[in-house]
Design a binder for this molecule. Structure first.
Ligand code: WTA
Length: 635
């Protein structure tokens, strides 16, 4: 087997050389990278694709199991090395170092638990768990027996959980009694119970004991610790086709229900590992920490799969950056001698607000590489990160990608390629980004601004939206035929560096989380006293963007009460992250003659840019703009 290190760029020349190979002959390039993994059977051909269908198949006919690549193949050379380093919410609780061998054993056993409970290849298993090692065990155990995991972030409400379980008809739910988050204990099982009232596909629920709080257990609900006692130690990995489904992960869309993005085994494996090693320049002995939750794609690709495929030590943190104090991140860096720290701009901005002594009291000298993900990083946050955390000696990788792309698409390679503050910079090896104008023409050359598109497939592109291939086609491949359209705007500087300018659709990134405005409006409109609403994003100092809802009420008595009810309704139905920061009760909404709400105008009002509202004469109801500005009430 070839060694992947041969193909990792260690210099700018390497990057240029590898990049050129990867675009001039993608198939022969990716074949070489794929050859560095364990396959039960080699592929017949590397790639077949059709942007019109759309259909993408990588390593066609190849057979493998990704958990075997994450675990079994490391047993020879790094059995005793720490795979998962777990840092609990409470700093007084002991951290855990789980070696590759132990993780392998735990995954094998839990795979047998799944099998014992009648889970078979292709069945969907919903995972609604706190950030504890068992979450990683559950993910890998599903992968090992060919069950499709659908991890739902444990901050989501019961309604959101139920919708996700039902959409992919999950057969099993894995959850915990509760979860610790800062000084709060969240009753996860209770939320799951609520969700299950509206789900009828779940046969069995397995519950991990984490907090010890009292929970109700039905006859088809079993304790994790009981189940684990009933099984054998060994579990052979199930042979999977390269294109078999590995997981579903839901992301918000501009309209309607969440999209269950489907990733498949072979391509996702090759791409996440390859990008992990290139971007972070991880070396043996390094301790890598991504602060994301495994409920999001960043956690899937760069806490679990990418690092474990690469034999890295990956840190899992259960808690929050503010508990017990605002120095928690830095204390963890000191305690575990973190070398690679990967977080979101929203966390950086929030922590930068606190006295610098929180940072200065920790020894950050082990840090070598810093990363940013989830939203554009503004200059101030970048500088603060660089000066105070990296002490001007750590490269910062600003990684642009999406749930749909599976892995990092644009980023510098730490210490290898040039970095530029606020720029995600260059495409990953194998990625062919372009800028398009609104008519879909490619903007050739540098110093341009347009919408971002990708013109050639890469191994970890999502294959479909679960149960809705038409929507997949419409959202990503129809606006600009022949390209993958991610929904972001970008500009390119004179040296070919990309900078993401933000979403060009009705998705707002709040604290790094994607939120479609339409689903939030649906919830607000379901309040009996709401006539109509429009939700938009506006710039926010810490969260990047915050949400503002413009709401027309049927009856404006008791506004305050209704506003609270609306906030609770959103929180309960979608989750607290979707709760608007401001609810503005308005007499009307600006509309085009065809009845479409002019969100552009609302955005201007929300960002206090009233002078630049532009021409409103084409509106159906131009008078409403002044009424909103003068006469509405904010809550
Ligand atoms: C945004 C997260 C600017 C972008 C991995 C994208 C970014 C959406 C960056 C995907 C970045 C992510 N710079 N914007 N470095 N990273 N985004 O699916 O709008 O949760 O389309 O995946 O986040 O969010 P998702």
């Amino acid at each position: 087997m070839e060694n992947i290190n041969k193909y990792i760029a260690r210099s700018l020349e390497d990057y240029n050389k590898l990049y050129n190979q990867s675009v001039s002959n993608p198939e022969s390039f990716w074949e070489k990278i794929a050859s560095t993994f364990v396959w039960r059977k080699k592929w017949n051909n590397v790639l077949s694709f059709d942007f019109k269908k759309p259909e993408f198949k990588w390593f066609v006919g190849g057979k493998l199991n990704i958990s075997e690549n994450c675990l079994d193949r490391h047993l020879l050379d790094r059995a005793d090395q720490t795979a998962i380093l777990f840092e609990p919410n409470d700093p007084k609780e002991k951290s855990q170092e789980i070696s590759y061998k132990e993780l392998y054993q735990r995954v094998c056993k839990f795979s047998n638990v799944l099998k014992n409970n009648n889970i078979k290849k292709g069945d969907r298993v919903c995972i609604y768990m706190p950030m504890v090692p068992e979450l990683t065990v559950a993910v890998l155990a599903c992968a090992r027996i060919g069950a499709v995991h659908s991890v739902v972030f444990a901050g989501f409400s019961s309604t959101a959980l139920a919708a996700r379980i039902n959409d992919s008809e999950c057969k099993m739910l894995l959850t915990a009694d509760g979860s610790f988050r800062g000084n709060k204990t969240i009753a996860l099982k209770e939320i799951a119970d609520q969700a299950l009232i509206n789900c009828n596909t779940i046969d069995t629920t397995i519950v991990l004991k984490r907090t010890g709080q009292k929970v109700l257990m039905n006859s088809n609900e079993k304790w994790w610790h009981d189940e684990i006692l009933k099984v054998d130690e060994l579990c052979d990995a199930t042979e999977m086709d390269s294109e078999d489904m590995l997981f579903i992960l839901y992301t918000s869309g501009s309209t309607g229900k969440p999209k269950g993005m489907v990733h498949s085994c072979g391509g996702y494996m090759v791409y996440t590992a390859y990008t992990f090693l290139n971007v972070f320049q991880y070396n043996p002995g390094d301790v890598y920490w991504c602060t994301a939750d495994i409920g999001w794609v960043t956690g899937h690709s760069y806490i679990v799969y990418g690092p474990l495929l690469s034999g890295a030590t990956s840190v899992m943190f259960e808690g929050v950056p503010s508990y017990p104090n605002f120095d928690r991140f830095w204390k963890i860096c000191e305690k575990h001698k973190i070398t690679h720290f990967y977080t979101a701009p929203t966390a950086i901005r929030a922590l930068a607000k606190h006295p610098i002594s929180y940072v200065e009291n920790s020894d950050l000298s082990s840090l070598k590489v810093l990363g940013s993900v989830g939203e554009p990083i503004n200059k101030e946050a970048w500088n603060w990160y660089n000066d105070n955390i990296g002490h001007n000696k750590c490269p910062i990788v600003d990684t642009w990608w999406q749930t749909e792309t599976g892995g990092i698409m644009l980023s510098s390679l730490a210490g290898v390629t040039m970095q530029k503050p606020t720029y995600a910079t260059k495409p990953m090896i194998g990625i062919q980004p372009v800028l398009l104008d609104l008519e879909g023409n490619e903007l050739i050359g540098s110093d341009n601004e347009g919408v971002l598109a990708i013109k050639f497939p890469w191994p970890s592109i999502a294959r479909t939206i679960y149960g809705d291939h038409d929507r997949y086609k419409n959202v990503y491949f129809s606006t600009y035929p022949g390209y993958y359209f991610p929904g972001d705007g970008a500009l390119i500087d004179s040296k070919g560096n990309f900078r993401i300018t933000g979403r060009v659709d009705d998705v707002v990134i709040v604290s790094g989380h994607n939120l479609g405005t339409a689903p939030i409006e649906d919830v607000i409109n379901s309040h009996p006293n709401v006539a109509e609403s429009a939700v938009i994003g506006f710039p926010h100092e810490i969260k990047g963007n915050a949400l503002r809802a413009f709401v027309i009420l049927n009856d404006e008595n008791n506004c305050k009460e209704i506003v609270n009810e609306i906030k609770n309704l959103v929180s309960k139905t979608i989750g607290p992250i979707a709760k608007p920061d401001i609810i503005q009760i308005v007499p009307g909404l600006p509309k085009t003659r065809s009845g479409k709400i002019m969100r552009r105008i609302l955005r201007k009002i929300a960002s206090n840019d009233i002078d630049n509202i532009g021409d409103v004469s084409t509106l159906l109801n131009p008078e409403v703009v002044d009424l909103i500005i003068i006469g509405s009430k904010d809550f």
